[in-house]
Design a protein around this ligand. Structure first.
Ligand SMILES: C[S@@+](CC[C@H](N)C(=O)[O-])C[C@H]1O[C@@H](n2cnc3c(N)ncnc32)[C@H](O)[C@@H]1O
Length: 234
């Protein structure tokens, strides 16, 4: 069982004699539901795992941000993007997820480089600790926002984004595209194209570049994503 037993981090993962419940109802406890996803199987077999998060890394390179820029990864899960950014010399990373079980995989891999990563277990659509987040130079989302199908949750997500991204800061949204799957991990998703992402962000963000990407899952299936990099102009 890979759940963290650190008291501060139990918010999203129920620690009982039996460990995490892997059958949680997502409508009752979303954190525990996601925790189950990361503890039922080896995270490297999950349908969004990337050995190297190349499309995201390519977009981050385009921002030309300094190595001490604040890079905020929402719903980071167990992403290897954090490892790669640390290897490239970035020193000011924030990794959020609703599931501590997910983030623990990153912590284990990066060892003493944890000093360059601030981990925040919190819900993007019901934020507590995230409200105290400093302003960030880059908001990076891969395969997270598309789970927010209720408009109210979308509004909360984008309000948080607007309040936390610095002027001239960047936003990367990488979600299932209009040809993409309609559900993931047992949950329904909303699919996007760049125009829809731009509408969600509003006129204060300008599109820098975008592309569609066919991601190959560990089981060989394809998932179709749109990747879009925006800059906040006001
Ligand atoms: C499909 S996975 C993508 C993980 C990671 N971004 C990646 O690309 O490997 C979605 C992630 O979003 C997290 N998540 C889902 N709903 C969330 C919420 N309301 N707040 C924060 N994280 C959430 C899940 O725990 C999960 O790790």
């Amino acid at each position: 069982m890979s759940c963290n037993t650190n008291k501060k981090e139990q918010t999203s993962c129920s620690i009982t004699d039996k460990g995490c419940r892997t059958t949680a109802n997502p409508n009752e406890n979303l954190g525990e539901y996601w925790c189950g996803k990361y503890t039922d199987v080896d995270y490297k077999t999950l349908g969004w795992y990337e050995e190297e998060a190349k499309p995201s890394l390519d977009l981050i390179q385009k921002t030309k941000l300094n190595k001490d820029a604040v890079i905020f990864n929402v719903g980071a899960g167990a992403t290897t993007l954090i490892d790669s950014l640390l290897e490239q010399g970035y020193t000011n990373l924030i990794a959020n997820d609703i599931s501590s079980c997910a983030l623990n995989n990153i912590k284990k891999r990066i060892g003493n480089k944890q000093k360059n990563v601030h981990f925040i277990v919190d819900d993007l659509v019901n934020p507590n600790e995230l409200k105290n987040l400093p302003k960030v130079d880059l908001w990076n989302d891969r395969a997270v926002m598309h789970f927010f199908i209720d408009e109210k949750n979308q509004d909360t997500y984008f309000n948080l984004l607007h309040s936390k991204v610095k002027k001239d800061g960047f936003v990367i949204l990488s979600e299932f595209n209009l040809q993409g799957a309609t559900s993931c991990s047992g949950l329904p998703v909303k699919r996007y194209d760049t125009k829809m992402l731009q509408e969600k962000l509003g006129k204060n963000y300008t599109l820098i570049t975008d592309f569609n990407h066919d991601y190959t899952m560990p089981n060989g299936e394809i998932r179709k994503y749109v990747y879009a990099l925006f800059q906040k102009i006001e």
